[in-house]
Design a protein around this ligand. Structure first.
Ligand code: 13P
Length: 252
């Protein structure tokens, strides 16, 4: 089964003004985009509703996080049910910034993933190793240990609503992109693990996208790799070059 190429823009805690937000939307709305690509942008939650209105309908909107409970006394949280009710189809979960700065364990990420899928959201599930872990040669082990609790909670059919984002921590925001060989090897390992731990069908149909210093310069080569099904873009998703990344599969 062909996997539709997927390009996500994770705005993180940006833009910092409504003016900047409008400028980003203008670029995306006026650009010529490859319509064979699924494009999703993830603004801060305060901009989710306005972007749903402002951005062209072919671009989907994602939250950057949600909680595992659907309602109640959880100050500061947003639930998957609320996102669905608001018309938001995607959520990013397990980003390394949430794992490290906000102490989310793989078990917490798994609970959130299950709650999100059960509520009707699609999930961009992030995994990735630190520099020390890569240098110690344990990348595959680390990524598997992040996926294992999710695999335990999800049913096989739930996987049709999951996109895995492989984001090596050492490549995020550093300008140090994974080499094509490193990206392909880890994506291939993740697919092999899915095949063993879930099913061959899920391994073949699940999109595994790469994130970490993706730019207009390096995206074309990464996009040709057999197990790279797209990108999750941070810094460059705020700039006009995001359009080139979306169009990375297009022959010039
Ligand atoms: P950068 O593209 O800024 O390295 O960020 C990647 C990322 O964390 C996307 O989720």
């Amino acid at each position: 089964m062909a996997r539709k190429f997927f390009v996500g823009g994770n705005f993180k805690l940006n833009p910092v003004s409504r003016e900047q937000k409008k400028a980003i939307v203008k670029v995306l709305n006026e650009a010529e985009l490859d319509d064979a690509v699924e494009v999703v942008i993830a603004p801060p939650s305060i901009y989710l509703l306005s972007l749903l209105e402002l951005v062209r309908p072919s671009i989907k909107i994602s939250a950057q996080n949600c909680y595992s409970k659907s309602s109640g006394a959880f100050t500061g949280e947003i639930s998957a049910a609320q996102l669905v009710d608001a018309g938001v189809p995607y959520v990013i979960l397990g980003h390394s910034e949430r794992r490290t700065l906000f102490h989310e364990t793989s078990e917490i990420v798994a609970e959130k993933t299950k709650a999100a899928v059960d509520a009707g959201l699609s999930v961009i599930l992030c995994v990735g190793e630190s520099l020390a872990e890569r240098e110690a040669g344990v990348t595959a082990k680390v990524v598997e240990s992040q996926l294992e609790p999710v695999i335990k909670l999800l049913n096989e059919k739930d996987w049709s609503n999951i996109v895995i984002a492989y984001e090596p921590v050492w490549a995020i925001g550093t300008g140090k992109v994974a080499s094509p060989a490193q990206a392909q090897e880890t994506h291939h390992d993740i697919r092999a693990y899915l095949s063993k731990a879930v099913s061959q069908d899920v391994a073949e149909s699940t999109r595994i996208i790469y994130g970490g210093s993706v730019s207009a310069k390096n995206c074309k080569e990464l996009a040709t790799l057999p197990d790279v099904d797209g990108f999750l873009v941070g810094g460059a998703s705020l700039k006009p070059e995001f359009v080139d990344i979306i169009n990375s599969k297009k022959v010039a």
